[in-house]
Structures are given as C-alpha cells and as structure tokens.
Design a protein around this ligand. Sequence first.
Ligand code: B12
Length: 494
Amino acid sequence: MRVLFVLPALTEAKGPFFRPIKYALFPPLGMAQLAGFLDTGDEVRIIDEHVMPDVLDGYEDEGAGLNKAWRGTLADTPDMVVIQAYITNAHRAYAIARYYRALGVRVCLGGLHVTSLPEEADGLCDHLFLGVGDAMWPAFLEDLRNGEPKPLYDSKDYPRTLERLPPLRRDLIDRRLYLVPNSIVVSRGCPHRCAFCYNSGFYNGGRRFYTQAVEDALAEIERLPGKHLYFLDDHLLGDPHFARALFEGMRGMGRVFQGAATLDSILRGDLVERAVDAGLRSIFIGFESVNEASLVQSRKTQNLKSNADAAIKRLDSLGAMINGSFVFGLDGDGPDVFDRTVQWAVDRGITTATFHVATPYPGTAYWDEIAGQGRILHRDWRLYDTRHAVFQPKNMTPQELEDGYWRSYEMFYSWTNIARASLNHERALSRWKHFGYSAAWRKLGPVWDVAIRAKRLGVTRPMIETGLGVLGRRAKPELPSRQGEAVSLPVLEG
Ligand code: B12
C-alpha cells in the first residue's frame, strides 16, 4: 500500500515573507505514531505542511491541484491518505480531503477537531476517526486487510493504552526542518478537567489519562540523538509514580529537558527535585489567570488550591526556568487584567510568558457555557487561534480583548520588563539566564526565520545550546550536575 500522511497547515504558517518559528518547533508525532502500525512492505510518506511545500496549490477549496513539488511522488499516487485536523487547520484539512476523495483515493480523517464536530467531516472522507488513534487505528488496518473497513471508528470502543505500541516512525521525519526534533510524548490526556481544555471531549468514554510503560518511555528516549528533549505531554508530573520512575531511569543519561506540569504538582513531595535531577531545565505552567473568578469559571481547581508563589520560589531555587501560560477574557477579567497579569509575572521572575485570548473550543465545557449564552461571535475556525476574540467577553469588548492581548506581549517583552523580571531571582546566575534567554527568544525572530527558510534549523540548535550552555547549569551545587546545556523554548504562543 502507498500511504500518505498529512499534517495540514493553517494559512499563516505558510506566509511567503515570514513564518513564525513556532510552526517549525515540533514534528508531527501523531502521524509518525500511526505510521508505525503499517506493514514493513507499505510505502509511507509524511508531509507536514508547516515546514514542507503545500500538498495542494492554493488555499481555495475548489480548483486546487497537486503542488508541482509533489508531482511524480507518492503524494501524486497514494492508495490512502491520512489527514490530521486540529481546529485552525481544519479548513485546510477538508480541502485536501476533498481533493484526494475526488481522485478516488481512500481518505482517512481524524484528530481533535473532527472528534468535536464529526458532522463537519460528512462526505469528506471514507473513514472518520474520533479520539485518540493508538488502538482504533490498528483495528482499522486489520479490518482493511480483511476487506471490511468501517466508515466510523470511535476510540471509546477500543482499549485506551500505550502499552506495546510500535515505535514512532521517526525515520519519516526530516530532523533538519525542526528546531526540536526530539519532542516526545509519554502519556495521553490529563488527570484534571479544566473547562476550556480539549481533553474534556477528546477522551470521553474511557480512560482520560494514561502513560507508557516506563521501560518503553526510556527506550524511546534512548533512541533520540543529542541531549535536548521536549516532553509535549499535557502534564508530565500527572502520574507521580510513573514520573518518579521515569526520572530515576533518566538520571545519568545526560539529557536536558523541558515539559509541562501543574502548580500543585510542583509542590507535591520531591518530584520536581527528581525531575531537575534528571535534567529538567524549564517548565511550562498554566497559571491561566490572576483573577479568582476566572479560575473558578475554568474549573482550574488545582490552581485555586495551590500557592503559586511557593511553587515559583521552589523552581527558582532549583534553577528551572518557568514558561507561564495566561488566558485573557474569562468572565472574571476586566480591562485591567492585562497590566495586572504582566505585572504579576514580572514581579515573580517568570522567564517567558505565553498569553492567550480565551477561546471556547467545540467539545469543551467552556464552549457549552459560552455558546449556551449566545456569546459565540462566529465559527471561522481559522481564527480560533487564541489570538482573536471569537466570543463576546463579559467585561470588555472583543477589540479591547485583542488589543490587550497584543499589548501584554509588548509589555512583558519590553527591555525594561525583561530586565526587571530578571532581577527577581535569588541567584545571579538565574538572573543572567533569564535575561539572555528571554531576550534571545523574543528579539531574534528574523534569525529564526532565515534559518527556517534555509532548512538550517539543525545548525541553530548547537548555537543555542552553546549560548545557553553556561546558563543552563544547575543552580544548586549540592545536586549532582550532569550536563551543561539547556535549550529552553516556550511553546505554543498565540
Ligand atoms: C505540537 C503542538 C502544536 C504544533 C504543531 C502540531 C504538531 N506538530 O503536531 C504547533 C506548534 C504548530 C501547534 C500550534 C497550535 N496549536 Co497545538 N499542540 C501541539 C501539542 C502540544 C502536541 C501535539 C502532539 O504531538 N501530540 C502527541 C500526538 C501523539 O498526539 P496527536 O497529535 O493528538 O495525535 C493523536 C490523536 O490526535 C489521533 N489522531 C490525530 N489525527 C488523526 C488522524 C487519524 C486518521 C487517526 C486515526 C487518528 C488521529 O491519533 C494520534 C495518535 O494517538 C498539542 C497538545 C497535546 N498534548 O497533544 C497542542 C494542541 C494540538 N494545539 C492546540 C492549539 C489550539 C494550537 C493553536 C491553534 C493555538 C495555540 N495558541 O497554540 C496553534 C496553531 C496556531 C495558530 N495560529 O492557529 C490545541 C488543539 C485544540 C483543538 N481543539 O484543536 C492542543 C490540543 C493544545 C491544547 N491543550 O489546547 N501545536
């Protein structure tokens, strides 16, 4: 079988003049995972439109033909096309599905967005997949071999497990195209139930949080070259037993890594010390809001119960940088929320901040609430990118919300605030680390862009590692220092 996997990109990621670095951060792990289930005799290719030529010419639904870059390749004559739709790329995913369907190619469509709104995929594909793919995808392949593939597969009808998965087909990924080819996922889902999170709908009807076997996770890590890893798990510390065993296994591997976790997990036991000991250098934390009413609305109970200052202090004393994530426009927020949030983050020495315009995703409790109140402004999913106000906020206008969002980035990454925030660390080394890192990330955009266009991201990696080498060193001398470098990337900025 000739199988083409496609991760479609949204228009912005394909801009002829500027392509934000965030689209070249991570390879399509979901596609590489599904490709792992195919037979050795199958011919397989993954196209990630974020970093490769578009599959189709033009972004119009009608009349788009195969891009000449792909003529004469597998993309020209596949037997089956597998497409992943997330919210902002859904429009593009549907165009690609239509194109191949019209050619009579078997089209499989899955991913977060079609799981929330399966009706949108009606008539666009031969097989629709709802939910996480790891168990239903091999079941589909089996049905296909037996000549009885079904039109609809739902992950709630299959066991949810990461045990005994075939290794990801990383050989299908061109590492040179990504800044962080060593991204890795060792779990699915999250133990929490925040109202705005896609998890609430995606993992319906079955296990909502589960991990790989520790040995499998360690084996996957061993297969990755270099030092730096980025765990894309929603909550790396979500299962303390698993996390402890993982960090124990990673000790001595000489890795440096980044990942995401919740506030409460930073304060629980000594897990975070074990993580730092294993190489954790920077952590993504969803603080979400400085307003209690907004935290209540988003059901972020783990934040309400936790002492943010204590968690930040603890990470600072361990030399781990923080990428804080904040959402604006929840019902507890008024027009003062932007200044207050930036001030809060600067005062606490948060190294990098990721701001989001609150965005109700279909399938979430937050969507149900806002849509139920008739506050959704439109359903152009391309603008559901957490930078546009797509709903009527309670205490400001949509324009005020968007303006405040952009202003927050400007304020947070002003030289004055970078300098101020840098000074809010206990140790001098952490202060320099903070200053160097946030300055580099925010102010060197054009350099990244050139590197992306020249497909030379691989070249920039050691550059950053060297640049941050000294800075990544452990702040606490009594904890054994295993390695010098850290690449610390904030992720998923809007
Ligand atoms: C990496 C990443 C990106 C990368 C690109 C995607 C990539 N390379 O895969 C980048 C940085 C470009 C990106 C951008 C955005 N992202 Co993003 N991203 C992620 C992240 C952190 C990891 C994705 C991943 O690798 N997961 C691990 C793999 C194994 O899982 P998977 O990709 O989901 O694939 C599995 C299933 O979905 C399913 N599946 C998927 N497709 C198909 C197809 C078939 C046929 C089948 C059978 C199964 C199947 O099976 C796969 C294997 O189990 C997720 C969060 C997360 N933990 O998943 C958010 C996430 C996907 N992103 C999200 C969002 C909102 C965005 C943005 C739109 C907004 C933002 N501010 O970040 C932007 C887009 C920017 C814009 N301007 O519009 C949301 C999506 C919500 C939704 N309803 O669609 C997520 C879930 C984060 C969140 N918590 O809200 N993102």
